[in-house]
Design a binder for this molecule. Structure first.
Ligand SMILES: Cc1cc2nc3c(=O)[nH]c(=O)nc-3n(C[C@H](O)[C@H](O)[C@H](O)COP(=O)(O)OP(=O)(O)OC[C@H]3O[C@@H](n4cnc5c(N)ncnc54)[C@H](O)[C@@H]3O)c2cc1C
Length: 402
């Protein structure tokens, strides 16, 4: 019987979604031998079948992690800056804007809140960057199928029949993480019965680098700036609704859907023209009981899942990568040992728990149907906004700044 090859690495990353690819670039750039696997080959064109047409708004603190990974210079030419976060309450009797409040990044920093880019483009640039890193081996079309850990290392089996040993295994294999379940780490999950529609639109009114979140019922309708497209103003939309309504919207003929969008957006950017397909994402909140196990660290959606409000999800994942990388660099000679991983858990888990709870609260407030509760929501926004220190605190907290 032929013996399959068995190799060794410092870091093994299970999952090459946006988080796993970023982790591979970050650990590779820091000089660690890194192997990353994913069963689904990355789709690197916006029009190809299976393209991830969502966008990611990278908030200011994430830029440091992307810079350390050598990615930022490749990404920034394709990004739209987010200077103002506009909250619109349209929860009155008529679906019109009755309260508009602007949070301007200039109040707390000389930098924008963040930068928005399409996820398919992130994958394109990240995969290209990994090809330039000689110590990173990205194996697409390959899944992790087995994990055996011991105090001195982890042995990983892969779907192509190969095995390897690694000092540290990073679980970046998503919300139903294989590595997490193999490590015996449980999760707490809440299903909202809500779905998010994600798609791209062009519009006649310029967005002026303002990201607009419009509240009525069922969840927020958010327009996030993108760079102009063929001379037309352009935004990404995330529209959260109760599941059956979201499914009906996704199936609706385009002209009817565009009329629904125009009404739900309160006409703030004029008529919206759909230029992508509509992708549908079921909403859940989830947090792993721990972020560490023997030779294993959980990051990104393997560790936490939240509804897409305030652009928190992937930004939390980049904070995971930043914290884990720093601890690994400081403890290179004892890479993957339990004490370092325990410190990673201690550093990140309380922050993750607070953010999952905060986004859950915002989502429940955004979902409310009865008008008196919608009035209460608008009143709370108006009151909090009026207090400058509270407003600044909210902006800093949203960015994950201390
Ligand atoms: C509509 C929407 C809009 C969003 N907008 C924002 C935003 O503006 N800003 C923000 O910060 N976040 C945002 N998020 C959240 C963000 O998109 C997610 O956090 C991010 O995409 C999840 O990335 P991930 O790499 O953790 O998981 P995934 O993208 O799910 O990647 C996991 C990978 O693991 C692979 N995998 C699975 N099983 C295995 C296995 N056995 N072996 C190896 N690999 C495996 C999968 O193939 C997959 O590629 C949004 C989310 C949604 C739904």
């Amino acid at each position: 019987m032929s013996q399959m090859p068995h190799s060794q690495t410092d870091i093994f990353i299970s999952g090459g979604g946006v988080a796993g690819l970023t982790a591979a670039a970050a650990f590779g750039t820091a000089g660690f031998r890194t192997v990353c696997v994913d069963p689904t080959p990355p789709v690197t064109s916006g029009t190809a079948q299976g393209a991830d047409i969502r966008t990611t708004a990278f908030l200011n603190p994430s830029v440091k992690v992307l810079e350390a990974a050598g990615l930022w210079d490749r990404l920034v030419p394709h990004a739209a800056a987010l200077q103002i976060m506009r909250i619109v309450d349209a929860g009155g009797t008529e679906p019109t804007a009755r309260l508009v409040r602007d949070f301007n990044a200039a109040e707390i920093s000389d930098q924008p809140f963040g930068w928005n880019l399409p996820n398919w483009l992130l994958r394109r640039e990240m995969v290209a960057h990994l090809e330039d890193l000689p110590n990173v081996d990205f194996r697409s079309g390959v899944a992790t199928t087995g994990l055996l850990t011991r105090t001195h290392g982890a042995e990983v089996s892969l779907s192509d029949g190969t095995r390897l040993t690694s000092q540290l295994v990073i679980a970046a294999d998503g919300r139903d993480s294989f590595i997490r379940s193999q490590s015996g780490i449980g999760v707490k999950t809440h299903y909202y019965g809500q779905k998010a529609l994600a798609f791209g639109v062009t519009h006649p009114v310029a967005h002026d680098n303002v990201s607009t979140e419009i509240h009525r019922t069922g969840g927020p309708f958010t327009l996030v700036p993108l760079p102009d497209r063929d001379g037309q103003h352009c935004s990404a939309v995330v529209w959260m609704e109760h599941g059956p309504k979201a499914d009906a919207l996704a199936r609706m003929p385009v002209a009817e859907f565009e009329a629904e969008m125009l009404a739900r957006s309160t006409g703030i950017l004029g008529p919206l023209t759909l230029f992508t397909s509509r992708s549908v994402w079921p909403m859940r909140a989830q947090i792993a009981h721990r972020l560490d196990a023997e030779r294993v660290a959980l990051i990104a959606e393997a560790a936490h899942v939240i509804p897409p409000i305030g652009a928190q999800g992937l930004n939390m994942s980049l904070a995971d990568i930043g914290a884990l990388l720093e601890l690994c660099i400081d403890n290179r000679t004892t890479l993957g040992e339990r004490s370092t991983l325990r410190r990673y858990h201690q550093r990140r888990w309380p922050e993750i728990r607070a953010r999952v709870a905060g986004v859950d609260l915002l989502n429940r407030a955004a979902m409310v149907g009865p008008k008196p509760l919608r009035d209460l929501r608008a009143g709370a926004l108006g009151a909090l906004y009026g207090l400058k220190p509270v407003r600044q605190l909210m902006m800093r907290a949203g960015l994950g700044m201390r």
